[in-house]
Design a protein around this ligand. Structure first.
Ligand SMILES: [Cu+2]
Length: 111
C-alpha cells in the first residue's frame, strides 16, 4: 500500500501526463487506490476525512476546492491517466481511499 514515487518533479506551467496503475491484487472495495492532487495549502487531514465520507463518489468529494485533479478509483490491474498543469510550487498528493493517506502520500514539485 504505497506509491512507487513519493516525489514527482515537473516543469512549472507545462502539461504533465501521469498514469497511475494499481499493481495490487485485492478487490477495489477493500483496497482501491487513486491519486488526488491537492491545491497548495490544502489541509490534507481535513480533506482525507471529508473524502472518507464520500463512498458513493469513490471517495472524491464533488466540487471540493482542495482538489486540483484526480484519477479514478482503481481496482487491481487497472490504470488511469490524467493530465494537469501547475504553477511553480509544491503540491501534496494522496490516495483518498479510507485509511490510506497516512502511507499513500507524496509531493509534486513544480519548478
Ligand atoms: Cu490507496
Amino acid at each position: 500500500m504505497k506509491y512507487d514515487l513519493t516525489e514527482i518533479k515537473v516543469k512549472a506551467g507545462e502539461e504533465v501526463t501521469l498514469t497511475l496503475k494499481n499493481a495490487g491484487t485485492m478487490a477495489k472495495e477493500a483496497m482501491g487506490h487513486n491519486f488526488v492532487l491537492l491545491a497548495q495549502g490544502a489541509d490534507v487531514a481535513a480533506f482525507a476525512t471529508e473524502a472518507m465520507a464520500n463512498k458513493a463518489s469513490d471517495y472524491i468529494p464533488t466540487g471540493s476546492k482542495a482538489i486540483l485533479v484526480h484519477t479514478k478509483l482503481l481496482g487491481p490491474g487497472e490504470s488511469d491517466t490524467i493530465t494537469f498543469t501547475v504553477p511553480a510550487g509544491e503540491y501534496e498528493f494522496i490516495c483518498s481511499f479510507p485509511g490510506h493517506y497516512g502511507m499513500m502520500r507524496g509531493k509534486v514539485i513544480a519548478e
